[in-house]
Design a protein around this ligand. Structure first.
Ligand SMILES: Cc1ncc(COP(=O)(O)O)c(C=O)c1O
Length: 448
């Protein structure tokens, strides 16, 4: 499968060899080590904190949290509870980005070597959502663009409706109101939470009917941490022939996800939160048997049948023949959503983040998240704090939102103590991850 790069003489292929970026030359490592980044607060951080440290994980064996924490630099300085905002990178992610920078600096353009990385990152994402095949995955810049691509490709039922939840992230609401404005839907049915902070299944049942074109729902709500009953909602939607889109941004990396078992027609996810990857990388999964119903209104040169990435996978020269500009033939797979050039610097980080997450059993990670958040909830209750997150065990996630009389001030106070949470309207949002400890939670509780 491997071919020789015309530019560098190195061999490359569709599956990335671990030797592809062998070792960065010493000069390069040194200069990376000397390159600090100055944060907004005037503090200098050094990216290559532990360049030579090899930490082996025990695949399939219990998570060793001490080892994991050694690979996540922020844990040595901060009790970090804002994974629902931006997840902190692991050392492999930082190293992958640094290696890319070294390659870019050395060779300039190097698509022959970068394209296999993009393809490999899609494959890793497929593994992360339950072993979905490569042709059902596309690599896109962010969740918003993924949702827009889907919205502009779906076959809308004439005078149909769209069912969404107020617990969705705003993008996954704004977009659908516009479809009504532009005549693709007669009605947008926005479901509202009850006093428990949940949307009972009966509400979905009532709202979805034979005229429903699309049901779009977040696996876990960004705003109150409510975990949705995705399989049940999907079943209801499919009984009425609706297309189901699920945003798994606050679920992937926290809970094991099996897209095919969940039955969703499309799943979107970004990398920069619970997956601890960089901004600028996200993925779309589209179920193969619904793909033929999709007909993009907008497309770019990476979304067509004869794209450079598809040329690479079929062992053709990337620019060896002209592009067919007489007609537009969308790719017959999920890559129809890949518009323009990828942010390779983000994708190499995303790929490393996916590999890092895949080292561990996802169920075990989820048990840890639920254990740590349970500890936080108990402590908040003891302090008499009002918790806005649904507390039923099947609705809980990594997000805990609780009222605070002055969230801005509390946020600042915690920040000075090296504790990171997010400040929200009259509330604080803490989103601990599997790498957090109960001792860190105690530190937060003591500071509140
Ligand atoms: C659930 C959810 N979906 C989508 C987004 C926006 O993603 P992006 O910035 O990648 O478009 C967010 C951002 O916080 C989110 O929480």
């Amino acid at each position: 499968m491997s071919r020789k790069s015309r530019k560098t003489g190195r061999r490359f292929g569709c599956s990335v060899s671990p030797k592809r970026y062998p070792k960065i030359p010493l000069w390069c490592k040194n200069c990376i080590a000397e390159t600090g980044v100055q944060s907004f607060h005037g503090t200098w951080h050094f990216l290559y904190t532990q360049p030579n440290q090899e930490v082996s994980f025990n695949l399939g064996v219990s998570l060793n949290i001490d080892l994991v924490r050694k690979q996540i630099p922020v844990t040595s300085r901060r009790a970090y509870f804002d994974n629902a905002g931006t997840g902190p990178p692991s050392i492999p992610v930082l190293n992958a980005i640094n290696e890319f920078m070294a390659d870019w600096r050395e060779y300039g353009e190097n698509w022959e070597e970068w394209l296999p990385l993009i393809i490999e990152s899609r494959r890793q994402f497929g593994r992360m959502i339950g072993g979905v095949p490569l042709d059902e995955i596309a690599s896109v810049p962010n969740v918003t663009s993924a949702l827009i691509s889907l919205a502009s490709s779906i076959n809308y039922k004439p005078r149909g409706n769209i069912v969404i939840s107020e617990l969705n992230f705003p993008t996954n609401i704004y977009l659908w109101h516009l479809q009504k404005k532009h005549g693709r839907a007669k009605d947008v049915r926005l479901l509202h939470r009850d006093n428990n902070g949940t949307i009972p299944l009966e509400q979905w049942e009532k709202a979805i009917d034979d005229d429903t074109s699309i049901v779009s729902v977040d696996y876990v709500s960004w705003t109150n941490g409510c975990r949705e009953k995705i399989r049940e909602i999907t079943k209801i939607a499919h009984e009425h022939g609706a297309f189901v889109i699920a945003d798994s941004f606050h679920a992937l990396g926290v809970f094991p996800i099996d897209a095919r078992q969940d039955g969703v027609d499309a799943l979107v996810c970004g990398m920069y939160k619970w997956m601890q990857g960089p901004h600028g990388a996200a993925y779309v999964y589209t179920k193969r048997d619904r793909m033929k119903e999709l007909d993009p209104n907008y497309i770019g040169w990476h979304g067509v049948q004869d794209s450079v990435a598809r040329r690479l996978t079929s062992q053709q020269d990337l620019f060896g023949k002209p592009f067919n500009i007489e007609e537009t033939i969308p790719a017959p797979d999920a890559t129809m959503f890949e518009g323009g050039s990828w942010g390779v610097i983000s994708i190499v980080g995303a790929k490393a983040a996916l590999e890092f997450a895949l080292k561990h059993d996802q169920t075990e990670r989820s048990h840890r998240v639920l254990k740590v958040t349970a500890h936080l909830i108990e402590g908040l209750k003891k302090k008499g704090r009002k918790i806005l997150t649904p507390l039923q065990s099947d609705r809980r996630s990594g997000i805990v939102v609780f009222e605070d009389p002055d969230p801005g001030a509390t946020y600042e106070k915690l920040k000075k103590l090296n504790i990171t949470v997010a400040s929200r309207v009259k509330a604080l949002r803490a989103s601990p991850h599997y790498y957090n400890t109960e001792e860190e939670i105690d530190k937060l509780l003591a500071a509140l």
